[in-house]
Structure formats: C-alpha cells, structure tokens
Design a protein around this ligand. Sequence first.
Ligand SMILES: *[C@@H]1O[C@H](CO)[C@@H](O)[C@H](O)[C@H]1NC(C)=O
Length: 367
Amino acid sequence: MELPEEILAHIFSFLPLWDKCNAFTVCRRWNSTMTYPSAWRQTEIRCDSEIGVPERFSEFLPLVRNLKLSVSVSSSENRRTGLEVLRQALAGGEGRLRALCVNCLGNPPLFYAGQDLLQGLLDALTAASSLTELDLRGVPFTLSDAFVKGVVTLCPALRSLFINNGSLVCGVGGETVRDVLRLCPGLTALGVFQASLSQDVLQDLLLPRRPALKQLELRCERSLKYTTPLPDHTWAQVSRMHPALAVDLELDHTLPELHVPSVLQPSIPVRHLRLLTWTWLLDEVRLVGRSYANTLEALEVQTPPSAELNEALVELATRCTRLREVHCYCVVSPEVVAAFRKHCTDLRRYTLKTRKEPHPWTCTSLR
Ligand SMILES: *[C@@H]1O[C@H](CO)[C@@H](O)[C@H](O)[C@H]1NC(C)=O
C-alpha cells in the first residue's frame, strides 16, 4: 500500500536526524517526502561522534519545531557541533523553534563545569524569542543566577522551564525565580530545586492576574538545609489560587533526614512523590497517606523494610486510591501488594517485592 506523502512525512518526523538522513537515500519518493517541513517538525539530534551534520541537511534544521539535542560532553568538538546545530536550527527559522530539550551524554572531563556549553547556549538563545518550552533537566551542571536570568530575558514566551537536574548544588536563588515569573508571564510549568523557592516566590504566585500554574517540579536536596522551610499556610493559598496545580517532589539521599518533614507540607498538591532518602520513613509514609490522598498518583520509596512500614503502606493504599504507580525498593509483605491491588483501581505499574531479587528489580505492569 502506498501511503500519502503527508502521512509518510509525519511518520518520518519521529526519526532522529541520522535516520532521517538515511531516508533521503532510499528512493526518489522518500527523498522528496523528506523535504516536507512536517518531516522535520520534531527531531532528535545526537552529537556524540566527531561527524558534524552534513552540509546538505543543515538547510532543513530551521524547519525543526521541537528539538531534542543530545550532546556528548566528553569532547569539546562534540560540544561545538551541538551548539552549531542549535545555531542553524535557530538561524533563519523565523521563530519556528518552539521546544528545546538539551541532554548531555557521557562523562564530562575532570573539573569541566560546562561553561562553554552554557555560554554557547545563551548565545544561541538570542535568536529564540519564540521558544515556549525549554527543558534543561538533562544538563548536569550547576546553573547560575546569571545564566537563568539571561535565558528568561531572551525567551519571554516560555510556558515551561525545567532547570532541575540533580547536579552539584543549587546555584539559583529565590530572586532569580521571581525574575523568571516576572519576565515569563505565561509560564505554567516550572522545574527547579526547592532551595530556589522562597516565601517571596510563593507570594508572587498569589498576585492577581498571575496565570494558573499547572506543574511544579521540585528537587529537594542538601541545599535545603540553608533555607527557611516554606510554611504550610502559604502552600494552602497557592493551591487555592492555582487549583489545577500538580506538584512533583523528589527528595534525594543528600537531603538531611532532619529536613524531610519540613518538605512534606500537607497542603502541597503532590502528584508524584519520590522519597529516595534511604532513611527511615515511617512517619513520613503515614503522613503522605493522610496529606496527599486526593492528589497522589505516583509514589516511589527507598527505605529499610520493617513490619511497621508494611502497616504504614497498607494504610496508605487504603487512602491514596488514585495511585497509578507505586514503587517500593525494599521487601514488603504480601498484604501490602494485596492492599494496593485492591484499593487503587487505577494502578498501572508497581514494584512491590515480597522477597529479595537480584537487581535491577523489574516492575509489574497491569493490563
Ligand atoms: C541530569 O543530567 C544527566 C545527564 O544528561 C542525566 O543522565 C540525568 O538523568 C539528569 N538528572 C535529572 C534529575 O534529570
């Protein structure tokens, strides 16, 4: 069967760059289809070898609307190629590029902190005023206030911005997040380190005419020990003002145990919760069951096993019935598995093991 060229072009749009390049050479029909702008709508480009983008394909880069750029950071040559690709996608694109996701591959050289990459990114973004989505979660370098301020100054149309990689330390302060909100008035999704949020940031979210925030991704790590906890009553106000808001929280193993309770404020509309602290989390699991019963859709827990934990998890299962996923990285009792399967009717995937298995633990999918 012959597919119409428009449909073929749509299918090709899902191919990464090198496969797109190969498609050119298959036959004349494919060759002509590849020149449709829709074939280039979304494109993933990996710069992980010394080969740059062949000359004849650079002319198509300005057609890309959603670009996922994966750059191997191990050599400066790859980083240069990556930035060159971005420049070409932006230059002459007449504001076509809408979404950019940057992902770093490989191990950075010792003492390399990504300066050339970040500066190059900033330089390229001077032509990106049309950008509405920027995802830098895959960039494992500490981002500075100056960098983030630069980005939002250049890209005021951003509707989503993610800068929450689990890199070294949080380098972005509350005043910068306030600038983000001020300079990008249409922002509805934001991912940051929780240490970058201040009481003032939350107050800014309460200002009249602030568009509804829909997603907030927060990484909670060691930098939180230098900050003042955000009070529950302010979270309550924020979730009243932004009724569609869903918060995704990740607590990692660098967060001191002492600070875990102050992160888990009951009025946060938590949708996804990753408790990866490796500490005892009994009270926390009980608290989660009570506080987030109406919003929680996915839970991950990394904590030592115990009979009390099993009880707490059974109780949580009876309350958090909207859960679609639960992953517990310690052995649990059969009652825990039965409770989640019985009460959480939307459950799709779970990792609940009743005895120790070799790693990595596989997860069970339902339906
Ligand atoms: C941070 O970036 C690295 C490299 O791209 C990636 O492997 C890792 O998953 C990222 N971390 C987060 C929390 O996104």
